[in-house]
Design a protein around this ligand. Sequence first.
Ligand code: TXA
Ligand code: MG
Length: 333
Amino acid sequence: MIVTVEEAVRILKAGGIAAIPTETVYGLAADACNEQAVLRVFKAKNRPPSNPLICHLPDAESISRYALSPPAWAAQFWPGPLTVLLEHNGSLAPSVTAGSRFCAFRIPDHPVTQRLLSLVNTPLCAPSANTSGRVSPVNAEMVERDLGSRIDGIVDGGPCRVGIESTIVQPLGAREAFILRPGSISREDLLGAGVLVREGSAEKSPGQEAAHYAPAVPLLLLSLSPETDAAALAFTPERTLVLSFGPGPSPQLSAECKQWNLSPGGSLEEAARGLFAAFDRASRMDIDLIVAADPPKNGMGAALHDRLLRASAFLGYCRHGQLYALPREGNGV
Ligand code: TXA
Ligand code: MG
């Protein structure tokens, strides 16, 4: 059910749960200081209690009430799609952090949710507003179809501007950070802000399992080289959707395949904006297989590659109109 910002404020203050728009994806919000409300979020999403939630605040200054201050460089990305892990002071509901001494914080850049946050006057924990294991919603209709009957309301803020989830970092001292989840704030953006970006991670992000983003239709990511010892995959061209990115030739499979180019002009931002909505549309079409080209790895491309890899059931390559594939471990079809 679509509700106004004022109705959402009443719902959240009374311990209810409501979906809210952000610039990345829609979140399923609850008062992060109300343990019962937080538990309802886990239940509605069928999310394992070991997977902690991101807290949303209206500005960086408010963080100091709940945690150690963020490093100075973080402020230049806020409000925006950057989530920072900080040592918290124990004043949030315990389930938010799933027992970790770190809590993830983000200042979202969406006018509707900014207004909501200033009216509600409490941190809002908000994981992506989807059942665990499904694709993050990028419009109110996706939330309604998935969670509509299990939550108290949805604030419709239109389609999300970024379209993939925030970049999650764990700071290490004043000028270093691990990237736990790539997003639209790229490695290059962080380097440009003087942050030394480290590989690997100090803290494992519990929600980063291999199969996290699996769409309903199996996806084959074209990321192997033809030298790989992969087996030929039988496919029906009329029941196959090819997703491509950028102006180059799309994978030459068969003229009968459906073809969607998510960014004919080559803008990775545009491609990211369309990716989850494309998964959603594809899952409601009568097809057996999505074949996705691998986007370039620079800038936003790293985050796109990450989401496609998590969504993939197969890795493969295409040669002379034939698909060669290897099933991806842990991602059954
Ligand atoms: O863009 C976003 O980040 C969206 C919008 C709604 O803000 N939120 C989102 O939340 O993607 P969620 O729960 O779907 O993904 C958050 C990720 C999970 O992988 C979770 O494990 C990780 O952040 N995370 C949250 N708190 C953490 C913590 N204290 N330590 C380590 N990882 C944490
Ligand atoms: Mg999620």
